[in-house]
Design a protein around this ligand. Structure first.
Ligand SMILES: [Zn+2]
Length: 280
């Protein structure tokens, strides 16, 4: 896997609230990986789904990143203004005959983790959404955090939604189109997104994009073993002291202890540890 392209990474939070410890881990991990490889680090705001955007949270996320010394390169990319690009990509996939209309309701799909292929087998009336038709076969990749990974496209990915019944483009589509747009070479993100990697690699390959390298970071769980999220009322890191919080982030990422200091100094020390983490 030789790759001579300069490193371009990113952090892509959903503005559904302020950053919590779990999202800060993803921000710090992706920032460190980009910085030690003298790469760029972009910030993308996943505000595709208007109703899920919590007012004030975009400002809060930008301020938090600044407070923790995580400077990004270039302008912030907002998914809410990328409609045209998503539409063009879907049109290209339609032309390639890699899509089909789906009439299934949420109720009909209840209990199916993987789309059962209902509308692929029988033409439907009154289509609601548009799905990507995956090929058969396996997608495999060497994950920077998880090691050798492989997923079967038919049984573990399935024909996923490109545009839903409300005309909203899917996370999978927008994510891939934006990674291609920014020239992303490396994605470092939380392990909760690892199951989507095969879909992202497959869609990007179909659209002629370059191969992206993935690194999934260990998830942060609360005391009840649940992933930290808005739903589990994860506290905002804005209410916590920066240096102590950063120290805990580094510990979660498996680094030797970094002494408490101003965040800029701690980040320099953390880059040294990240660089020497062994095979990467
Ligand atoms: Zn269907």
């Amino acid at each position: 896997m030789t790759d001579s392209r300069p490193y371009v990474g990113r952090f892509a939070p959903t503005p559904s609230g302020p950053l919590h410890f779990g999202s800060l881990v993803a921000a710090v991990g992706s920032w460190l990986d980009a910085r030690v490889q003298a790469g760029q680090w972009h910030l993308r705001i996943d505000d595709l789904d208007g109703p899920r955007v919590v007012p004030g949270s975009i400002d809060s996320i930008l301020k938090t990143l600044e407070r923790f010394g995580l400077e990004w390169d270039g302008d912030v990319l907002y998914q809410s203004v990328r409609f045209q690009a998503y539409m063009e990509a879907v049109n290209a996939l339609v032309k390639m005959q890699r899509t089909f209309p789906c009439a299934c309701t949420r109720k009909q799909l209840a209990g199916h983790e993987i789309y059962p292929g209902t509308c692929k087998m029988a033409p439907n009336v009154d289509p609601r959404s548009l799905r990507f038709s995956v090929e058969t076969g396996t997608v495999s990749w060497i994950d920077g955090g998880l090691g050798a990974m492989a997923m079967d496209l038919t049984t573990e990915v399935g024909d996923f939604v490109l545009r839903n019944a409300h005309g909203i483009y899917s996370y999978h589509l927008a994510n891939v189109i934006d990674d291609m747009h920014l020239g992303i070479t490396h994605v470092v993100r939380g392990a909760d997104l690892a199951p989507f990697t095969a879909a992202h690699l497959h869609l990007q390959a179909t659209l002629g994009g370059d191969v992206v390298r993935y690194h999934h970071l260990p998830l942060v769980l609360d005391e009840r073993g649940r992933k930290l999220s808005k739903q589990t009322h994860a506290p905002s890191v804005d209410d916590q002291p920066t240096s102590e919080t950063l120290q805990a982030v580094f510990a979660h990422l498996g680094m030797p202890q970094v002494e408490l200091a101003p965040v800029s100094m701690m980040l320099v020390e953390a880059q040294r540890h990240w660089r020497h983490r062994g095979a990467h």
